[in-house]
Design a protein around this ligand. Structure first.
Ligand code: FES
Length: 153
């Protein structure tokens, strides 16, 4: 059994199947994208027990009783501070990498809610954007961090 976005599912496939295929092909949860298939580009980033994880190189059989969150489960109405900041900053271009960008950033802000500019750069360096939206991604993460700081103060 695996928990995905709060729902329980049986792992009824070959245990070596990458989580990304299980999400997309078995469950038709398609917000998570295939990029390189080798864990190098970050497009397929999801959370496993809150930690940013590359779904294309993670066998689903290794995730028994784990909690997986995809972009669909990050917030109820697309209103996570990162998602709002993404809209306000018009971050996406083609959009392909953006679910992975947001999921990586969400895990990062959970660990470091008040990041410096360099810390944002370091945290996001594994997520590639072929359109080069890096400056807008960085601005949106900084804005979301400001928003989260207001929420807790
Ligand atoms: Fe096109 Fe990032 S927006 S790859």
């Amino acid at each position: 059994m695996i928990i995905i976005n709060g729902e329980k599912y049986q792992i009824d496939v070959d245990s070596n199947m990458p989580l990304l295929w299980f999400l997309r092909d078995r469950l038709e949860i398609t917000g998570t994208k295939f990029g390189c298939g080798a864990g190098l580009c970050g497009a397929c980033t999801v959370h496993v027990d809150g930690v940013a994880t590359r779904a294309c190189v993670t066998p689903v059989g290794a995730l028994a009783d784990k909690k997986v969150t995809t972009i669909e489960g990050l917030s109820v109405d697309g209103d996570h501070p990162l998602q709002k900041a993404w809209v306000e900053n018009n971050v996406p271009q083609c959009g392909y990498c953006q679910a992975g960008q947001i999921m990586n950033a969400a895990s990062f802000l959970q660990q470091n809610p008040t990041p410096s500019s360099d810390e944002i750069d370091n945290a996001m360096q594994g997520n590639i954007c072929r359109c080069g939206t890096y400056q807008r991604i960085k601005k949106a993460i900084a804005d979301a961090a400001d928003e989260l700081a207001k929420e807790v103060s």
